[in-house]
Structures are given as C-alpha cells and as structure tokens.
Design a protein around this ligand. Structure first.
Ligand code: ZN
Length: 318
C-alpha cells in the first residue's frame, strides 16, 4: 500500500533518527546503527527497540480491553461510514462525539489550512482503525496512519477495509520515537489518543521535532478536566472496573490518562507551544450524556475540546 508516498520515502530510523537504506522491497536498514526494519502485512514495523516489553505489554492489555468492548465490525461499510455512523450499533454515543469533533475540526482547522496551503503532510497519531486517515487522504492530503496497535478489526490491520483507491501509509511506531527526520511534517494529529502518552513532555517534544517550523499539533477527543483530582479519580475508577470485569491489569505501563487546562498551559510554556482551545459541543450536551456518565461518574464531567498548538515564534525552548 502506498509505497511511493513521500511520507514512506522519508522514513527515518526510529531509534536514532538517521536515514534508512532500502535493502530490498520491504526491508530498510538504519544507515548508522545497522538495525533492520521490515514491512509486514503492509505495515512498516518501526518500533524502537523492536521488542520493548513495556510497549508489547501495554499493547496486549489494550487489545484485550478493546476486544472485550466489542470494537470493530466485519463489513467494509462500518469503517467507511465512520465517524458519522456506527453500523455495529455498539458505541453510538462515542461515535456521536467523534463525528461532532470531526465536523468542527474540518471547519475550524482543516478548511482554513486547505484554502491557504492545499495538500499537507499529515500524521494521524493513534490512528486505530484508520478512519481519520481515510477521510483526510480522501481530501487529497498525504497521510501516515501511526499506531502501536496492528489489530485487524481495531488497529492498522483494519485499513484493508478502505480499498486501494485511497492511499495512506501504515506505520507501527510509538509517539515518542516517530520515524521521520526533523522538519518534514505539516500536521501532527492525536486522534483520540494523546492521553495514551506515557509522558506528555516527551511526546510533544517529538512532535515538535518532526514538524516544520509553521506546522501544527492537533489534539482531538482526549478528556480534559479543570481539576486534576477529577481526572485521577476517573483513571482509577476505570482501571478498577477493567480489573473487576475482565481480570486485566495495565501492568507497569502508566498512561497520562487525561489533561487539565493548567497542565496544557504548563506544557506550552515549557516547550514553547502556543495553544488554541475550541469547545465544539455546547449545543448537544444531552446527546452526550450517556458517555459522560460512563466515563466521568458523578464528578466533574470530562470535556473534549479541539486543541491546536504551534511553536511560539522566537520563544521555543525545546
Ligand atoms: Zn538508527
């Protein structure tokens, strides 16, 4: 799939960031360290190190939870209709939020960028089943779907459902070791996934590295709270529920889990990022109630703003 895309040609070593040499079709070697990386089932496997027990442990846990929750479906139609319709009928409230976010994201972020610049190089970070990559590639952009999860129903493996006419790159990599050189990406979009970072600072620093000077970070569908105590309570409650329902434990991998506005500002100040926060849902609160109740209990309700960030001109301290 899509080997002639610039985003594939540009791939760099996820460990040291240096140039890769193509040894054979689907085999690349770091020009400095000699480590080999392969493309398997259409997905470039670019984890560094390849068998990080923390990452594989987290992935096994995440996939088990998602399977229990019943994500994905059999037909192509399910994937092609996302985020606007959940043909599986299993997570309609969540897809209502994602569709609302996507519409506002198009209007406030993508359409102005497209009018000014046309085609962009975009990373869909935490791409999951690749619905956003499919949508953005369909709008003419060059897109790489990036995720740890290569599951056939819920991860990069589900990309087979979109057919050959829409092309995007499939990259198995972690947020903190993106396999591209510096200054080549226009948009780094965390697609309902930023809160899975284990270290926001490292994750954002890596995004800034690969972004062009005027590039933008976008955070979609991550839970925000005013008080960190609310977010911590939500994370604790969810972990307990998973343990009780499925006998599963997240192991030693601890995700950040949520954001507060204070934390976002501190990260921006530290890394030299100017943030813009848009709240898309004021008019449709009642539609979102089932999900809100599920994920935030009786405490402060989570909000899911659209956040964009760009390097503060002259003030970056990476
Ligand atoms: Zn290397």
């Amino acid at each position: 799939m899509s080997e002639d895309l610039d985003l594939v040609q540009l791939l760099a070593c996820p460990s040291c960031g240096e140039r890769m040499v193509e040894e054979a079709d689907g085999v690349a070697r770091c020009s400095i360290e000699g480590t080999r990386y392969v493309r398997e089932t259409g997905i470039w496997r670019l984890l560094a190190p390849p068998e990080d027990p923390l990452l594989t442990g987290f992935l096994a846990y995440y996939q088990a939870v998602r399977r229990e929750e019943g994500w994905g479906d059999d037909g192509d139609g399910y994937y092609r209709d996302l985020p606007f319709e959940d043909r599986s009928g299993r997570h309609p409230a969540i897809w209502r939020i994602r569709a609302a976010t996507y519409r506002v994201f198009l209007r406030t972020v993508m359409e102005p960028i497209e009018a000014a610049h046309g085609k962009r190089k975009i990373l869909d970070l935490g791409a999951g089943n690749c619905w956003l990559s499919y949508r953005l590639a369909g709008r003419g952009h060059e897109v790489a779907a990036v995720d740890l999860n290569d599951d056939l129903r819920d991860g990069l493996g589900a990309s087979v459902h979109y057919g050959a006419e829409t092309q995007f790159a499939l990259i198995q990599a972690s947020f903190d070791h993106l396999p591209w050189p510096a200054d080549v990406i226009d948009l780094a979009i965390y697609n309902g996934s930023f809160h899975y970072s284990i270290d926001y600072r490292a994750t954002l620093r890596e995004a800034l590295r690969v972004l062009r000077p005027r590039g933008r970070i976008v955070i979609l569908d991550s839970p925000f709270y005013r008080r960190s105590s609310s977010g911590l309570a939500m994370v604790r409650e969810r972990e307990q529920a998973f343990r009780a329902d499925h006998g599963l434990d997240a192991g030693s991998m601890t995700n950040e889990g949520f954001l507060t506005y204070t934390r976002l500002n501190a990260l921006g100040h530290h890394l030299g990022i100017t943030w813009k926060v848009i709240h898309p849902y004021r008019g449709i609160r009642s539609a979102l109630r089932p999900l809100k109740n599920r994920i935030s209990g009786h405490r402060e309700q989570a909000r899911f703003p659209i956040v964009t960030g760009s390097a503060t001109s002259g003030g970056a301290s990476r």
